[in-house]
Design a protein around this ligand. Sequence first.
Ligand code: NAP
Ligand code: F7E
Length: 327
Amino acid sequence: MRRVALVTGVTGQDGAYLSKLLLEKDYTVYGLVRRSTRYALANLDYLGVTSDLDLIEGDLGDEASLINVVRRTHPNEVYNLAAQSFVGSSWDQPILTTDVDAMGTLRLLEAVRHFAPQARFYQASTSEMFGNSHENGLQTEETPFHPRSPYAIAKLYAYWIVNNYRDSYGMFCVNGILFNHESPIRGPEFVTRKISRSVAQIKLGLSQRLGLGNLHSRRDWGFAGDYVEAMRLMLQQDAPENFIISTGETHSVRDFVQAAFEHVGIPDWEARVYIDPAFRRPAELFCLQGSSRKAREKLGWQPRVRFRELVAMMVDADLQRLRQGAA
Ligand code: NAP
Ligand code: F7E
């Protein structure tokens, strides 16, 4: 029997990579798509999987649509990737962010509890929940949470309600606590893609300068294609447990900018970058560096793509897109 997966957030970065992986593993994949989808199907098209998916309309804000999709699809595995995922926007739209990221998770859990209680449930939790909390510079599964944005607070509710449904109803529910992961189809509002796209534009003479906020923030950046493998592995375990997924390396935004300019052979990059206060945040996370030891030991997972390779992959993809005339 083919396994059936239901993926929310299928049009986003992770939804596209996860769908590709599940199709390669011979799953039937249903994707939940909003009527007003932001990315349309560009990410799925980029990875060449659109025609192999079954897309069903629904919204995490609408319980009826979630009940409908769970009843129609009879999933063995549910991956809840849908979210208002941009931290910066969560200060501008805190109520929407909370409704989708916190309440939306609860709505989906309820639909699964009533109509597919045996399904295994993956929740896209985030390193943002840690805030500036750390233990000797690292975040582990035991590090206390101290969220610093409306996004992180909504995700923390989702984290706990997922744990609660596991404890209360015996459902197979897990949280993947993923650190930042990027790719050529990362949304252009996130800093890595903003940099890769701007550097490609500057290289091709289509732009002159790049305006950024805090250059000193440090993130543990991995490749999305590696991280979706961990999501699937978490649902294949004998017992449901939460896992951190990270590279264990940290780099600053400045490091990313420098690596991107160096990759295209522009050494005098500092003259091309200016600080734009509009991109500073009301509360910042200074340094994320995750320990994925538990995932390495129990899931047998490890990241393959290293920092410089990731930067090069993203810049090259943007160069190629621009040369082909894409915006
Ligand atoms: P993304 O590219 O921003 O994708 C978000 C997805 O959620 C899109 O498909 C979007 O659909 C969908 N969505 C938004 N609001 C929705 C709603 N009300 N109902 C249904 N779908 C809705 O995010 P991502 O980078 O792939 O991340 C996937 C998940 O992992 C998110 O939950 C994110 O918070 C979490 N996460 C990401 C990272 C990371 O570094 N990427 C790290 C930790 C956790 P539209 O196309 O309709 O907008
Ligand atoms: O910011 C700084 C910014 O927006 C990274 C999401 O996937 O990962 C992501 O959240 C850092 C921050 O990602 C600009 O202040 C400087 O310190 O790329 P980002 P994020 O906020 O880390 C986590 C794990 C998630 O769960 C989220 O869903 O870069 N920064 N200058 C800037 N950031 C942006 N976006 N734009 C700038 O111009």
